[in-house]
Design a binder for this molecule. Structure first.
Ligand SMILES: [Zn+2]
Length: 411
């Protein structure tokens, strides 16, 4: 009996898009003490709804289990991301005429990496951030923070308090919410008439085209096309009126939305992106059914490469303890015998272990002592940044390797 239903349109969910077996939550970094305890694995399987075309994980884990209070991701660690945030803030201030009378609200404000730019311009802000460690960091930058999950309940409370937003921002949060309808209804409640919503999320089209299966993890509940977002927005009295392509996270979209009642007409970009999605087959089941074997090929290539290095006595280390690396390593079954450590610049991760693979996380300085022949860059989306930070690896003629979308050497 099929008991699965689409998270948005509630139609039966019959079609598996990708099955990556079982994996622990990607951001559940482990302490040495944790290694002596059992580890919780969840199925990591995506379905596609052939009615509204929302690609989604199966519902089984609650958000408060996945996003633990010690959740280690601090946005400000990535220089690329900080620069992206500063550019966005400057664009938004100018395009929407924001000033001292406005209110900018960011959902998943993290450590204040973005809102600090609005604070510096004298624009009132409010961050929504349930994770205590990052919320504390944001508050230290004079950003008021509500330590809650966002949804329709919080959206209504903000409206009741007279705190509806002129600009309501959600960067890399929309795909991460378990109940996308509750969240979208919250956006409607928390937005002033005439206000603007901007959401950034990895584009499903790019995931499909470039076989970015390592961007699949439990905390990432939905895989979004403009088509599916537009449907969800319309269902909640909202509309998408502009869209832009961004290079972040392997290819993202930034959608601009607002109340349908505002009657704003859509820019030609909206129709153009919808057409490119249709042309790529995002509304045909066969497109989705061809994906698994492409993912398996990448997994096999990485494993073959690591075994080959091991057999020939070459030393390999990895860089970047990011969620996407965990998906790849766990699906490939890579353990410390093939990859002895991973370096990461975030002090909050150093001294811990990757979930599942139990590969230790060490500071990048360890590379100078170990002098690996190869450095596998796991967060391929910031390859350029990593190459410039680790330029010294060339001193001992070390090389760089990226596994996605095809295994390739960068000398
Ligand atoms: Zn559906």
């Amino acid at each position: 009996m099929n008991c699965r239903h689409c998270r948005h349109c509630r139609q039966p969910l019959d079609h598996v898009f990708l099955d990556l077996g079982f994996a622990p939550p990607s951001n559940a970094y482990l302490s040495a003490e944790d290694l002596r305890r059992p580890e919780l694995y969840y199925p990591l399987k995506l379905y596609v709804c052939d009615h509204c075309w929302l690609v989604q994980t199966e519902d089984y884990a609650r958000a408060d289990e996945l996003f633990r209070p010690d959740y280690a991701y601090f946005s400000s660690v990535s220089q690329t991301w900080l620069a992206h945030a500063a550019r966005y803030s400057a664009m938004a201030q100018q395009r929407f005429g924001l000033g001292a009378q406005s209110l900018v609200v960011e959902i998943a404000a993290n450590d204040g990496y973005l809102l600090k730019n609005f604070v510096a311009a004298g624009i009132p802000c409010l961050g929504i951030e349930p994770t205590a460690s990052t919320a504390t960091a944001a508050e230290a930058l004079s950003i008021p923070v509500r330590r809650e999950f966002f949804g329709v309940a919080l959206g209504r409370r903000l409206a009741d308090e007279g705190r509806r937003a002129d600009l309501l921002i959600g960067n890399n949060v929309y795909a991460h919410v378990p109940d996308i309808d509750d969240f979208t209804a919250g956006l409607r409640e928390a937005l002033k008439p005439g206000g603007v919503i901007t959401l950034e999320f990895p584009h499903l089209l790019r995931l499909m085209e470039e076989t970015q299966f390592d961007t699949v993890y439990h905390e990432h509940f939905s895989y979004l096309s403009l088509y599916s977002i537009q449907r969800i927005f319309q269902h909640h009295g909202l509309c998408v009126w502009d869209v832009e392509h961004l290079p972040t996270h392997g290819g993202s979209l930034r959608v601009y939305g607002g109340h349908q009642a505002d009657g704003r007409s859509a820019t030609p970009s909206v129709a153009a992106v919808l057409a490119s999605e249709r042309q790529a087959g995002l509304r045909e089941l066969t497109t989705y059914q061809a994906f698994q074997s492409r993912a398996d090929q990448i997994k096999n290539e990485l494993l073959a490469f690591l075994i080959e290095q091991k057999v020939s006595g070459k030393r390999v280390a990895a860089y970047g303890a990011a969620a996407k690396g965990n998906t790849l390593l766990n699906y490939a079954g890579v353990k410390p015998d093939l990859l002895p450590f991973v370096c990461d610049a975030a002090p909050s991760k150093q001294g811990k272990y990757l979930p599942g693979s139990h590969i230790p996380i060490v500071p990048p300085s360890v590379l100078r002592e170990y002098r690996p022949d190869m450095v596998l860059i796991l967060p391929w989306n910031i390859t350029r940044e990593v190459l410039s930070a680790l330029d010294y690896v060339h001193e001992w003629e070390g090389k760089f390797v990226v596994a996605m979308p095809r295994l390739r050497m960068i000398s």
